[in-house]
Ligand binder design. Structure first.
Ligand SMILES: C[S@@+](CC[C@H](N)C(=O)[O-])C[C@H]1O[C@@H](n2cnc3c(N)ncnc32)[C@H](O)[C@@H]1O
Length: 272
């Protein structure tokens, strides 16, 4: 399966495209996460856009193009490029008719799928894309192609999931007798070792971004541990499926973001 995973991924996103069309829920049901990701990318781009309006930004695996549409709206002068693997999602991007967008259907693992005439980029973005490549060698290939297409001092901005914080989350869940959250079959999370090796090979360095790396930690702790833990307790005590939705709203408002390291999704920025 790991060798011939592409068809599995294509079949999955065919269904995602038909169910979600242009909605922000496409590939991300949790809109707190979606909104946080969008703000993370926008904050980084905003800082660069202040200095350079015709910033060349390339998004790999943009799904239905939701983030692309927001970037175009907030930063009208940037030059946008994109490469999407799923033909159905690619068609949805085209249907947005984003002015000036250059987009192609292909794989980030294949160097030649990124048209040479697109040149190099100031910024490359990935929003849960490398984890969607279900073979470690291909994940390295994708990251190699990304590094190669960055201009000197260019930025790679990622929101990707990692194995280490998932382990923290599951350790904390076990304290509440909750079963571990497994990586979905469409994902293979990255590890710190992967990042270290990739940075060393490509001569990239991680830098501090505008947002905290573990920004989503509080959200994961509250939703995947406290909230689920309380529901689980209630259910054990035969209460009628308590939802505690009010408690979650209260806690999300009461706690600052980025407490602990419980979010598998990390916001990270690298520079060439
Ligand atoms: C989890 S979805 C995220 C989509 C989008 N970034 C978003 O946040 O809505 C992963 C995306 O990566 C794309 N993808 C998977 N493998 C790819 C590859 N080898 N090259 C380019 N895109 C790929 C999928 O088709 C899908 O659109």
């Amino acid at each position: 399966m790991k060798e011939n995973y592409q068809q599995f991924i294509l079949d999955h996103y065919k269904k995602v495209a038909s169910m979600n069309k242009l909605l922000p829920t496409s590939s991300m049901a949790d809109q707190t996460i979606r909104n946080a990701e969008v703000e993370f990318f926008c904050k980084e781009i905003e800082m660069l856009y202040r200095k350079k309006k015709d910033l060349r930004v390339f998004e790999a695996g943009p799904g239905n193009g939701y983030l692309l549409s927001i970037l175009k709206e907030r930063f009208p002068k940037i030059k946008l490029f994109a490469l999407e693997f799923s033909p159905e999602l690619y068609q949805l991007i085209l249907s947005r008719d984003l002015k000036g967008l250059k987009v192609k259907c292909g794989s980030i693992c294949k160097e030649n799928d990124i048209p040479e005439e697109w040149g190099k980029f100031d910024v490359i973005i990935c929003e849960r894309v490398i984890i969607n490549i279900l073979n470690r060698k291909d994940q390295y290939l994708a990251c190699h192609n990304i590094a190669q297409r960055l201009l000197k001092k260019g930025y790679f901005i990622m929101s990707e999931s990692f194995k280490e914080p998932l382990q923290n989350l599951n350790n904390a869940r076990s304290d509440f007798s909750l079963t571990p959250i497994e990586e979905s079959p469409h994902n293979d999370y990255l590890s710190e070792k992967f990042i270290e090796k990739w940075c060393a090979q490509e001569k990239l360095r991680e830098i501090s971004g505008q947002s905290r790396t573990h920004f989503l930690s509080t959200h994961f702790y509250l939703t995947r541990i406290i909230h689920e833990g309380l529901r689980h307790l209630g259910e054990k005590n035969n209460e009628i499926r308590p939802k505690f939705a009010h408690l979650l709203t209260f806690l999300e408002a009461a706690f600052p973001p980025a407490v602990g390291q419980f979010s598998p999704i990390l916001f990270r920025v690298f520079q060439k």
